[in-house]
Design a protein around this ligand. Structure first.
Ligand code: FIX
Ligand code: ZN
Length: 435
């Protein structure tokens, strides 16, 4: 059926030459699912890299299987010392994860299911359980083409990378003049600067910035110059940091002082949001390495105070604790400079995505970015977006159903418009907004 279908209480109609069909709500639900699937995504926070970053761009079955979410799961399941796991090569680790989490047990966790969604959507036979066949498939792919294949398969228009000027592998790629790639935007990640000022100060000094541990005026000006240099060099869409549950503002700490004196002025000069990802307890069990982090409840009031005190700054916020989500939604109702995004990390599970998306729609309407992928392995965007899209569509269709019950009508062009906002439009609009 073509044309703009209109859904209302009694039936579904067609604008234009065609007539009426009586499918009603189920037809609307089908349209919403199809339109959300067809709407391209701007994935606003990932750990993916453009091909010129070389080995930083992870992809393929062994990377999928050794994703840190699965490392945490295998080290619960398998009876082996942590050191034994870390002494293995990647392929051997992947073999172990496949055997423990996919063969000896049904792979029902969200991260396991994700691997199967990726394989299936890339056309592989999941029922065969043939790990070697999957390896053969990936070995035949070539990275620029495979990026296109994955973006097409996930229906992604572009992703935002996480770009850390303190990272010794990444930094030279920028210094050698990486020219950008329209599929990969940059975000300036400043965790080392804000969470470990002592070491970062020494590095800035070695890179030619006139800084001292004591945050005097000269040092603050030099940190601003550093942030500005890298924002320009990367053409960063925003600056970002992850923060512990104890994050407080205002506070007599290097972090709070750097935010006020350096990050916010530079962000304002560039009209760039400052993204705060709050609630991660780093290194709860160091034996797990990249999988070592946990979650804790954070203080939404710290965010509210920043938004109130700096109304001309734009803040993007996601919080890791489920228990923070309601208060955070209410804070976003109070501050137009606060943009909520994503179901981060331990929240990126179907039951929690549904709960959060429903709550956000009910409290904030369409003014959020309901999801980001946080993908670390290129192919993961296929599952992260497939799984999230179907939940977003389900919740959206429930909301349209409630509207239709009042006598309101919803047509396909409006569904398309709303889906485009949720999957990228709102983010771009927030980036462009001047306060
Ligand atoms: O700090 C972050 O950006 C986190 O998302 C990551 O560090 C984390 O390891 C992750 O991959 C979560 O999904
Ligand atoms: Zn992340």
């Amino acid at each position: 059926m073509t044309g703009n279908r209109i859904f209302n209480m009694e039936h579904e109609t067609m604008q234009g030459p065609s007539s009426v069909s009586l499918k009603g709500i189920p037809a609307m639900r089908e349209s919403v699912a199809r339109i959300v699937a067809e709407t391209p995504v701007t994935d606003l926070h990932t750990h993916l890299y453009a091909p010129p970053f070389g080995s930083l761009l992870l992809w393929g079955i062994d990377e999928l299987l050794t994703y840190h979410y699965l490392v945490a799961e295998v080290l619960r399941a398998a009876d082996l010392p942590y050191e034994t796991y870390w002494a293995m090569g990647k392929r051997e680790q992947a073999d172990l994860i496949w055997s423990e989490l996919f063969i000896k047990r049904s792979p029902i966790s969200e991260s396991c299911r994700g691997v199967l969604t990726v394989l299936s959507k890339l056309g592989l036979d999941v029922a065969s359980r043939d790990l070697e066949a999957y390896r053969t498939f990936f070995a035949a792919q070539r990275i620029p083409d495979h990026v296109d294949t994955v973006f097409r398969c996930a229906n992604i228009e572009s992703v935002v990378m996480t770009n850390d000027p303190f990272d010794p592998t990444e930094r030279p790629v920028w210094e050698q003049g990486f020219q950008g790639d329209p599929r990969f935007h940059a975000a300036l990640r400043i965790d080392p600067l804000l969470n470990d000022w002592t070491n970062s100060c020494a590095k800035l000094s070695a890179w030619g910035y006139d800084v001292q541990a004591a945050l005097n005026n000269r040092t603050k000006a030099e940190v601003r110059r550093f942030l500005s240099d890298w924002t320009k060099r990367m053409k960063a869409l925003y600056m970002a940091v992850s923060l512990p549950p104890a994050f407080a503002f205002p506070e007599e700490s290097p972090r709070a002082r750097l935010i006020e004196a350096c990050v916010l002025p530079v962000a304002r000069d560039h009209n760039a949001p400052f993204a705060m990802m709050i609630g991660v307890k780093r290194n709860v069990n160091p034996e797990l390495k990249l999988a070592a982090d946990g979650v804790g409840m954070s203080e939404v009031d710290a965010v509210a105070r920043l938004c109130a005190q700096y109304p001309r700054n734009k803040f993007m916020v996601t919080m890791l604790a489920r228990e923070n989500q309601h208060e955070l939604c209410v804070a976003a109702r109070k501050f137009r400079n606060l943009f909520l995004f994503g179901c981060w990390w331990f929240l990126n599970n179907p039951s929690l995505i549904e709960e959060m998306t429903r709550m956000r729609f009910e409290l904030l309407g369409l003014s959020v970015a309901p999801q980001h992928s946080d993908a670390r392995v290129l192919d993961q965007v296929v599952y992260k977006w497939d799984h999230s899209r179907s939940i977003i569509a389900k919740v959206l269709a429930d909301k349209y159903t409630d509207l239709i019950a009042t006598g309101w009508t919803v047509d396909e062009s409006e569904i398309r418009r709303d889906a485009a906002r949720l999957l990228g439009g709102n983010f771009h609009e927030f980036l462009d907004r001047t306060l």
